[in-house]
Design a protein around this ligand. Sequence first.
Ligand code: IMP
Length: 198
Amino acid sequence: MGSMSAMNEVLFVTGNSHKVKEANRVLSLFGITVKMVECEKVEIQSESLTRIAKYAASLAAKRLGKPVIVEDSGLFVKALEGFPGPFSSYVYKTIGCGGVLQLMSGITDRRAVFKCAVAFCSPGLPPLAFEGKAYGSISSSIRGSGGFGFDPIFIPRSGDGRTFAEMPPEDKDRLSHRGAAFRAFGEWYAKSGRALNL
Ligand code: IMP
């Protein structure tokens, strides 16, 4: 049987330290911490973030021989038929926030949704997924310096008009897709998942 601390720590396979910080802020409420590991993350091509995350989590759990979390997220813009969606990371690295604003120039329907899928997998068991969404809109200019990625151009609908990048981290956690997905994971893990992490 593992120690209490091992049971409360889960490996998070990702190269993105912002995601790890956000996950740890949310999971601290459940007494859980995640530890970043940079195992190769195999990304299948799919329109479903959940399928991508589950597949990557199964492979990483097998490779590391330990329970792991993999998270996949993206920004889906309604007027662009859901683009960049699963390709968000590539689109951010290439055209960035400015490029997305350019694609949106002249478009009045600025609705968008951020989605996040957190997959947990224990070696030999099927992966489980927890999802979160944040509805909102694309701003008309780049605003704020907090967060990462597309935060400076996303205004959550349930907020007060600020972009994710303009708010303190705790406000983003409360409203974000990642906050929702990690809260769902935290609730499950605290109740029944912890027993799998021995
Ligand atoms: P992936 O999950 O590593 O494939 O990358 C998701 C990409 O979506 C990131 O690289 C960001 O560009 C974008 N993204 C996901 N979540 C957020 C967020 O909370 N804020 C801003 N951008 C995000």
